[in-house]
Design a binder for this molecule. Structure first.
Ligand SMILES: [Cu+2]
Length: 320
C-alpha cells in the first residue's frame, strides 16, 4: 500500500466514524456480565461551541458497585440509593445499594475531547439481550445537552437526536467453561471434563482419578472401568462411611450416569482407581487413559497430574 492510499484510507475511516463521534457515548461499549466493567464516558464537544462545565450520568439498574475514578481539575459528586433488588457481587457478597448518579464539575473547552471514567460490576444475573443505558446530562456555559433518549423496540439509536450512551452486554462464558475447554471430551451423548489425578509417593501402587461426566442423551450409560498407560487397569470405586470408617469398594456393575445427569468423580466420593502403577505419577505429567462406558464405548482421555494432596478429602481419605 502506498503512503497516499494509506492516507486516503485513514481519511475515509475518519469520515465514517464521525457521526458516532458527535455524541456523548460510552467508549468501551460492550461489557461481559458477571464481571467488573470500566466505563469510559467520552465527551467529544461542548454544547454548540460552548465549553462543557458539568457531566451528570445516571447509573442504570443492574450496574452495581460503581466507583468514579478521581479526575484532576474536576469535582466529583455522587448520589447513592437503593437498588431495585439485591445482586450477587464478588466473593458471595450481596449488594443492595450504591451509587446511582455521578457528576463531574469542571471545564472542558469545545475544541478538546475528554473521558470520564468509573468502574462498576455487572452481576451474572443480568440478561445479555438488552443494553444498559446511561442517560447523561451535559451542562455547558451556555445551554445544555440531555443525552437521554432511549430507542424504542426495533428503533435504531442512530435515528435519535440525543441518544443516551449505551453499554451492550455480552453473555458470560458458562461457569468453568474456560477451565474445562481444554480438557472437554465429547463421546456420543457424554461430555467428559477436567480429568485429573495426583502425583503419587514412590511406593504407591494405586492412584485416584477424577473427572466430571454429563449425559446429554435420553438413556442411561455406565462407566465401567478402563485402562491406562503405566499400569494394569482402571476400576470405578465408591467411597462410603460404614460404621464410622471410610471405606471404598469397587462398583462392579459400573457407575450409572442417568440421562440429563452430571456425575462428579471427586476425592471422597466416586472415583477412578488406577491400579498397579509401574512408576509414580509426577506433577505436571499427563496420563493417557481409556475409559470404558457401556454404551459410549471406549473413550480416550488424558489425566492431568496435580500436586500430591491436591483437594485431598478431609480426614485422610484413601486407605488402600
Ligand atoms: Cu479407590
Amino acid at each position: 500500500m502506498t503512503n497516499r492510499s494509506t492516507l486516503l484510507l485513514i481519511a475515509a475511516l475518519g469520515t465514517a466514524s464521525a457521526p458516532a463521534f458527535a455524541h456523548v457515548f460510552v467508549q468501551s461499549g460492550t461489557a461481559t456480565v458477571g464481571g467488573s466493567y470500566r466505563a469510559v464516558l467520552a465527551v467529544p464537544h461542548g454544547c454548540g461551541a460552548s465549553p462543557t462545565t458539568k457531566i451528570t450520568v445516571q447509573i442504570p439498574e443492574g450496574m452495581i458497585a460503581v466507583k468514579p475514578m478521581p479526575k484532576p481539575g474536576w469535582l466529583i459528586e455522587t448520589k447513592k440509593g437503593p437498588y431495585a433488588q439485591s445482586y450477587d457481587f464478588m466473593h458471595g457478597m450481596k449488594a443492595s445499594e450504591g451509587i446511582k448518579q455521578i457528576s463531574w464539575t469542571g471545564k472542558l473547552e469545545n475544541d478538546f475531547y475528554d473521558e470520564f471514567v468509573f468502574s462498576a460490576y455487572l452481576p451474572a444475573s443480568l440478561k445479555a439481550d438488552a443494553p444498559l443505558y446511561l442517560p447523561t446530562l451535559q451542562t455547558c456555559e451556555n445551554g445544555s445537552e440531555d443525552w437521554a433518549q432511549i430507542p424504542a423496540a426495533g428503533q435504531d439509536s442512530h435515528s435519535l437526536k440525543s441518544p443516551a450512551p449505551a453499554v451492550r452486554l455480552a453473555a458470560a462464558p458458562a461457569k468453568d467453561a474456560m477451565a474445562q475447554m481444554a480438557g472437554m471430551i465429547h463421546a456420543g451423548d457424554l461430555m467428559i471434563s477436567a480429568p485429573w489425578t495426583r502425583a503419587t509417593p514412590p511406593a504407591a501402587k494405586v492412584a485416584g482419578g477424577y473427572l466430571t461426566v454429563t449425559n446429554n442423551g435420553k438413556s442411561s450409560d455406565r462407566l465401567i472401568g478402563g485402562s491406562f498407560a503405566g499400569g494394569s487397569r482402571i476400576e470405578v470405586h465408591e467411597m462410603s462411611v460404614t460404621d464410622g470408617v471410610m471405606k471404598m469398594r469397587p462398583l462392579n456393575a459400573g457407575l450409572e450416569i442417568k440421562p440429563g445427569a452430571t456425575v462428579k468423580l471427586e476425592p471422597g466420593g466416586y472415583h477412578l482407581m488406577l491400579m498397579d502403577l509401574k512408576k509414580p505419577f509426577a506433577k505436571g505429567e499427563k496420563i493417557k487413559a481409556q475409559l470404558q462406558f457401556e454404551k459410549a464405548g471406549k473413550v480416550d482421555v488424558e489425566l492431568d497430574v496435580n500436586a500430591v494432596g491436591a483437594s485431598a478429602p478431609a480426614g485422610g481419605g484413601h486407605a488402600h
